[in-house]
Write a protein that binds this ligand. Structure first.
Ligand code: IMP
Length: 208
């Protein structure tokens, strides 16, 4: 079974591959071949004009399914900061402008939180993972709560990782070993649900 990851974000592609390896045991993992958009350069940029993570994830997965004819999964994700009424949310990737860098986004977030004490810096990372295969359309969601600290810490990960300390931990996502982030993250929780679905689906297919 071939599955296309509907993203050009290298960090997400790498994480999704690593996380699926955790949740699909060796036998099931060997039944799937994971492709990404590098294998399909003709797929156009997909405008993320939905109002929710779910809408955006479904749009990306449907578009890639239509172009490739292969089942596809898409991740739409971001961070919601309570003090900012849920911003940047679906605008996380382009918070500091159309061509924003991770550093620019982090600087903007820190600026808007200047002077805000740690107990009011609560935030939630959310991930909507859409799976589209012809008539089958499913969305799996994951969320991880934590706090936005005062300055970036750590070299790993991407995006807002250096600013986010998940509840119950002292390290930012960027300071943690990859494997730990991949077990507790918003993306991990969504992919765990997807993996359960895929296991049942493949097992029922194998029966016939
Ligand atoms: P998307 O491609 O529209 O889903 O953009 C997601 C954006 O949210 C990324 O560019 C990051 O800024 C942020 N984001 C999503 N997931 C993560 C994560 O695991 N760590 C850090 N930032 C993330």
């Amino acid at each position: 079974m071939k599955i296309v990851l509907a993203t050009r974000n290298r960090h997400k592609v790498d994480e999704i591959r690593q996380i699926l390896k955790i949740y699909l045991d060796g036998d099931l993992y060997s039944q799937i071949e994971i492709l990404d958009l590098d294998n399909f350069p003709a797929v156009p940029e997909i405008e993320e004009d939905g109002k929710t993570f779910v809408e955006n994830a479904l749009k990306k997965a449907k578009t890639v399914y239509e172009f490739t004819g292969l089942c596809s999964i898409a991740d739409d994700s971001g961070i919601e900061v309570d003090f900012l009424n849920g911003e940047p949310g679906i605008y996380s990737a382009r918070y500091a402008g159309e061509n924003a860098t991770d550093e620019g986004n982090n600087r903007k977030l820190l600026k808007l939180l200047e002077g805000v004490p740690i107990e009011k810096r609560t935030a939630t990372f959310r991930c909507a993972l859409a799976y589209v295969d012809g008539n089958i359309e499913k969305v799996f969601e994951g969320a991880t709560k934590g706090k936005v600290i005062f300055e970036p810490r750590g070299m790993g990960g991407f995006g807002y990782d250096p600013l986010f300390v998940p509840d119950g931990y002292e390290l930012t996502y960027a300071e943690m070993p990859k494997d730990l982030k991949n077990r507790i993250s918003h993306r991990s929780k969504a992919l765990q649900k997807f993996a359960e679905f895929l296991r049942t689906y493949l097992e029922s297919k194998n029966k016939f």
